[in-house]
Design a binder for this molecule. Structure first.
Ligand code: FAD
Ligand code: UDP
Length: 375
């Protein structure tokens, strides 16, 4: 065999696995069907700005070992995600914190904010009685009360998921921090930032000295590729690997409308969410704010923005968010049972595990899979 590993997919999972394998003296070939490497963290440079082509990516982690690992490859900047919500022209800080409560109700202290939320919770508390919140609407009303639910959650969530909040699981909204301090940091993790030089710099470091092929679809060249490596690491969609024999897994996807503008600073923030029902997009990303701060924003007279439209996935579109419902979970379990029987093929990453991994757990899982594969 020419290679120890054929790695299908050059996203963070495949690239991290390849990096570790190379360090251990293994010979790898990494292929990707896209015209470039990096999977969903790939950035396209426009007007000197790194445009997050497959959706805005903010690295955050509570795992110091992963933070040290990525920083050993490329240093990270001090970007902290502080999205702003625009509800019919009213601006609110996110996540829900003392700034939001002040903007919503004019309250000045944590005690006043808690009292207002408690007042607004009384109706849902009575409705639920001893029962736990059964859906996202009930959960949101219990967490933050009616005003915030109606202005900042309901329509945004229904646009994002294409389903009523009463039909969505409660856990989705529990991802968002709720704080009675003035702190707009969207994440609770202690480590956060963007690689200096962009995500492509991180991918280049991971894949340094490793043979790669782009525009190479595994399924088009399967016969040849299966014969050139001892083992295969597959990071594409698991249902496709098995020719959809049990049926297709579902995803939500995002369509991006990206434009370059003749202004140095369009919205003053990397992320602005549009939380009303009427605006057809969920948010606008202004890419330069991930990597330039203060006066540096004005050094470039142009800016690039992307409007994000959330839609149901159809074959041919990019599969982004796994749909965590019972039907898909049961279908995935059938494919997983087949994958568990494979001896030459290892499965990993967001598509092969049908799991909404953030970047840090993706890297962690790739490191784990490599070390297990050596035992
Ligand atoms: P991918 O990056 O999807 O890579 C898989 C690769 O496999 C792709 O390049 C694909 O082309 C290739 N491939 C598939 N099939 C084949 C085939 N047949 N032949 C050859 N190649 C193939 N995480 C965060 O931590 N913070 C964020 O802010 C964040 N924002 C996100 C926003 C969006 C819109 C999305 C979709 C994800 C976001 N994530 C974020 C998650 C992050 O993208 C993932 O954790 C990470 O990219 C997973 O890496 P992966 O290698 O598993 O998958
Ligand atoms: N959410 C919301 N309003 C906002 C931002 C988020 O209601 O302005 C809700 C929405 O339901 C979303 C969930 O909070 O699915 C989790 O948000 P997060 O930003 O973590 O979603 P992601 O895009 O990362 O899945």
């Amino acid at each position: 065999m020419k290679y120890d590993y054929l790695i299908v997919g050059s996203g963070l999972f495949g690239a991290t696995f390849a990096y570790k394998a190379k360090q251990a003296g293994k010979k790898c070939l990494v292929i990707d069907k896209r015209p470039q490497l990096g999977g969903n963290v790939y950035c396209q440079e426009t007007e000197g700005i790194h445009v997050h082509q497959y959706g805005a990516h903010i690295f955050h982690t509570a795992n110091k070992a992963i933070w040290d690992f990525v920083n050993s490859l490329v240093p990270f900047n001090r970007y902290t995600n502080c999205p702003v919500a625009n509800y019919k022209g009213e601006l609110y800080n996110l996540p829900f914190n003392m700034n939001t409560f002040y903007q919503m109700w004019g309250v000045h202290t944590p005690e006043e904010a808690q009292a207002e939320i408690s007042r607004q919770q009384s109706a849902i508390r009575t409705q639920l009685g001893d029962r736990e919140p059964a859906n996202l609407e009930e959960q949101a009303l219990m967490l933050v009360g009616k005003d915030i639910y109606e202005k900042l959650i309901k329509s945004y969530t229904e646009k994002q998921w294409g389903r009523p909040c009463t039909e969505l699981p409660a856990f989705i909204i529990r991802r968002l921090p709720l704080r009675f301090i003035f702190d707009n940091n969207y994440f609770n993790d202690p480590y956060q930032g963007i690689p200096i030089g962009g995500y492509n710099a991180l991918i280049e470091k991971l894949l340094e000295g490793i043979e790669t092929r782009v525009n190479c679809d595994y399924f088009v060249h399967r016969e040849e590729l299966d014969g050139i490596a001892d083992k295969i690491v597959y990071t594409g969609p698991i249902d496709q690997f098995y020719d959809y024999r049990f049926g297709k897994l579902q995803y939500r996807t995002v369509r991006f409308e990206t434009e370059t503008l003749d202004t140095p600073n369009y919205q003053g923030n990397a992320v602005v969410n549009y939380t009303d029902r009427e605006t057809p997009y969920t948010r606008i990303i202004e890419h330069k704010h991930f990597e330039s701060f203060g006066q540096a924003v004005y050094d470039n007279p142009k800016t690039v923005i992307s409007r994000e439209f959330s839609t149901e996935w159809q074959p041919g579109m990019e599969p982004y968010y796994p749909v965590n419902d019972e039907r898909n979970a049961a279908l995935y379990a059938q494919y997983k049972a087949l994958a568990d029987e494979e001896t030459r093929v290892l499965f990993g990453g967001r598509l092969a595990e049908y799991k909404y991994y953030d970047m840090s757990p993706t890297i962690e899982q790739a490191l784990l899979l490599f070390s297990h594969s050596q035992n």
